[in-house]
Design a binder for this molecule. Structure first.
Ligand SMILES: Cc1cc2nc3c(=O)[nH]c(=O)nc-3n(C[C@H](O)[C@H](O)[C@H](O)COP(=O)(O)OP(=O)(O)OC[C@H]3O[C@@H](n4cnc5c(N)ncnc54)[C@H](O)[C@@H]3O)c2cc1C
Ligand code: FES
Length: 269
């Protein structure tokens, strides 16, 4: 439960309200983690929040998070400058099943800040490119200005990731797709019977994406989603993050969609 002091080594602005921070620990090291895991980050005096690790799991040295400012704690984290100390606990949670899905076509579907928890999975897939079939990224944002990691999308594409980007609305200068991200599923080419999907974004986007994947023939048992619930302890003690009979901090945040379906039909969950 005791946060370790990590200092901001560097920070990069991704969009108007989103920053990527590299943190280093007491011995100036990062933190070993698996793609999809999160930490509890505290900004002193502002609070402690769960944030996914967005760095490269094969690169030791810095702990990377991409944070969108929505309230008190995230604003304080985004404001932290180089040298400033934040508290970090973790890593916590179940990761994306990157090893289990070897041999499959992999469809990564991200909405908005949902690309942050998927970035480590993308980097891990690309580092082991020969173990997978087609690798696709279907990424949607509200507008071109709100897309994350725009400088990296081309690099990923050059390394074998088929990237399709869509925005909800854009001006005439945008030459890409306009429309919600689940629509990209219908246009994408993959072998549904030997495909696995990794999905993260707003819950409504995930529901429509899974429906589109099912329509394309991908079984819900091959679809994995990262879920968000309010968290306090991060270590299965407080019960704040309950989802059905599970705790998201311990049993998630990554779930097999076929395990989630039944609980998500209940409105209050
Ligand atoms: C497992 C997990 C991983 C996460 N990973 C990331 C990540 O990588 N990057 C990231 O930026 N966030 C991530 N989040 C969300 C992040 O934890 C919340 O945005 C944060 O807890 C908000 O705290 P706050 O004190 O800044 O805002 P609060 O003061 O708690 O909330 C301020 C306002 O924002 C609203 N709000 C709260 N959370 C959200 C939200 N998620 N989206 C939109 N509005 C919200 C509240 O309803 C309220 O109106 C993750 C959450 C979980 C559970
Ligand atoms: S956050 Fe406390 S039980 Fe999950």
């Amino acid at each position: 439960m005791v946060p370790a002091p990590f200092a901001v080594a560097s920070k990069r602005q991704e969009t108007a309200d989103t920053w990527t921070l590299e943190l280093t620990g007491p011995g100036r090291e990062g933190m070993p983690f698996a793609p999809g895991q999160f930490t509890m980050i505290s900004a002193y005096g502002a609070g402690e929040v769960p944030i996914s690790i967005s760095g490269d799991p094969d690169r030791a040295g810095a702990l990377v998070h991409t944070v969108r400012e929505v309230g008190l704690a995230t604003a304080a984290i985004c404001r932290a400058g180089p040298g400033e100390v934040l508290g970090v606990r973790g890593p916590f949670g179940r990761p994306w099943p990157v090893g289990e899905i070897a041999g499959s076509d992999v469809i990564v579907v991200a909405g908005g800040i949902g690309l942050a928890p998927l970035r480590p999975a993308i980097l891990a897939l690309l580092a082991r490119r020969e173990r997978y079939g087609r690798l696709l990224l279907l990424y949607g944002g509200r507008s071109p200005e709100q897309l994350l990691y725009t400088g990296e999308l081309e690099q990923w594409s050059a390394r074998g990731l088929e990237v399709a980007v869509s925005v909800d609305s854009a001006g005439p200068e945008w030459l890409g797709h306009v429309g919600v991200v689940p629509r990209l599923v219908a246009r994408a080419r993959f072998d549904p019977e030997r495909s696995a999907a990794l999905v993260c974004g707003p819950e409504i986007m995930m529901r429509f994406t899974v429906a589109a994947l099912a329509k394309a023939g991908v079984p819900p048992a091959n679809v994995y989603a990262s879920m968000e619930r309010n968290m306090q302890c991060g270590i299965a003690h407080c019960g704040h993050c309950q989802l059905g009979p599970t705790l998201v901090c311990r049993d998630g945040p990554v779930y097999r969609w076929s395990d989630l379906e039944e609980w998500l039909r209940i409105r209050e969950l």
